[in-house]
Ligand binder design. Structure first.
Ligand SMILES: NC(=O)c1ccc[n+]([C@@H]2O[C@H](COP(=O)([O-])OP(=O)(O)OC[C@H]3O[C@@H](n4cnc5c(N)ncnc54)[C@H](OP(=O)(O)O)[C@@H]3O)[C@@H](O)[C@H]2O)c1
Length: 340
């Protein structure tokens, strides 16, 4: 039995941190050593997240890289807002730890594109050059070697995983793709804002950031890697009155005559060795994936369009679950460890 890998997490009070702590506590090869937070008074983790009562005795502390190294931490999960992560990650890497960053700070390869979409300059272009986009179904071999993994966005995973087989096999028009996505409110994090306030979002469906959502360049970057040429999408996100879950309906135009049967074969073959992508024949529900690291995909051929229906739990597959999947790859563990 190998020694447990000593891990820490920053941003303790957030939603992704809550899910990650829960996953790490039952991971057979990870030991959660320290939990970092800005919260005053070093509260117990369970005071911030009562659902973890009885499972963990750690206190949340202000933690710096030097202290984490002193405690022998090997890997840090940064569950921080974008813009904040890139002020912390350089010290962690410098101190020799591996990092899985859940924010968007290291996802876009080109710092200019980051500045364009996030409206602030990238402060750590040096480490950005070495970051690996943490989507195991596409970049597993690079993730294994990575010191810094940029954990992918929640919406992008449904759209990239939904389209990857069609793009990789050059089966669709790369300029005529529409992704219509819905997310539960936890996708916006724990800090309340007017549009996530209960009376605003309950019993309501609203589109937002139409044509401007920051996940657009991330999705296009990965799909363009798969296509080896530029891919463009129209992406429209919606907020729906659920706690958690994402459902994306994606429309694409085939480049030649295809049958549904042929497309299902392509998908089943493409994901044959992907333990967390379930190609299903029924119409999936977001609820089928809640609390799991699965992404469920099905498709239909409707009037010469491929209609893809994809769902996941934004907090597990969309964030903390895939972070653990990446951790497993980085440390040479079974990809599914602690996740099934
Ligand atoms: N929610 C999702 O579905 C989802 C999915 C994929 C990726 N992500 C990304 O993962 C990261 C964490 O998301 P989350 O949903 O857990 O967010 P969250 O609930 O807002 O938590 C972020 C945590 O970061 C810490 N923090 C440190 N400096 C901060 C600052 N200057 N301003 C605000 N918070 C600060 C806070 O924890 P302390 O007070 O304990 O320090 C805060 O609770 C974000 O970058 C997000 O975009 C989220």
């Amino acid at each position: 039995m190998r020694e447990k890998i000593r891990v820490a997490l920053l941003g303790a009070s957030g939603y992704t941190a809550r899910e990650l702590i829960s996953l790490l506590l039952r991971h057979p090869c990870a030991e959660l050593i320290a939990v970092g937070s800005r919260q005053e008074g070093t509260p117990l983790v369970a005071e911030l997240h009562p659902i973890l009562t009885g499972r963990v005795n750690l206190r949340c502390e202000m933690l710096e890289a030097r202290e984490l190294t002193r405690r022998g931490v090997q890997c840090v999960f940064t569950c921080l807002p974008h813009g904040v992560s890139m002020t912390v990650v350089p010290q962690l890497l410098q101190a020799g730890m591996r990092v899985i960053d859940l924010s968007a700070d290291y996802r876009l390869r080109d710092p200019q594109i980051y500045q364009e979409w996030y409206r602030e300059p990238h402060h750590d272009p040096e480490n950005l050059r070495h970051a690996v986009y943490g989507l195991p179904e596409v970049y597993a071999s690079r993730i294994r070697e990575a010191r810094l993994v940029a954990n992918p966005g929640c919406y992008p995973q449904t759209i990239i995983l939904g389209l990857a087989p069609l793009i990789a096999h050059d089966l669709i028009d790369r300029e005529d793709i529409i992704a219509d996505s819905k997310s539960g409110v936890s996708g916006a994090g724990r800090t309340p804002r007017p549009h996530t306030h209960f009376p605003e979002c309950n019993e309501n469906v609203a589109a937002y950031s139409v044509g401007q959502h920051r996940h657009t360049p991330e999705i296009e970057q990965v799909l363009s890697d798969l296509a080896r040429t530029a891919v463009r999408i129209v992406f429209t996100p919606h907020l729906v009155p659920m706690d958690r879950g994402i459902f994306s309906t994606i429309y694409a135009r085939p480049r030649r005559a295809v049958s549904e049967h042929e497309l299902f074969e392509v998908y089943r073959d493409y994901y044959a060795r992907a333990p967390f992508v379930r190609v299903v024949s029924h119409l999936p529900n977001s609820k089928d994936t809640i609390g799991t690291n699965f992404c469920d995909i099905t498709l239909r051929l409707v009037r010469q369009r491929v209609v893809l229906l994809v769902c996941e739990d934004n907090l597990i597959r969309g964030a903390s679950g895939v972070a653990v999947q990446n951790f497993n790859l980085m440390f040479g563990l079974e990809e599914t460890l602690g996740l099934l």
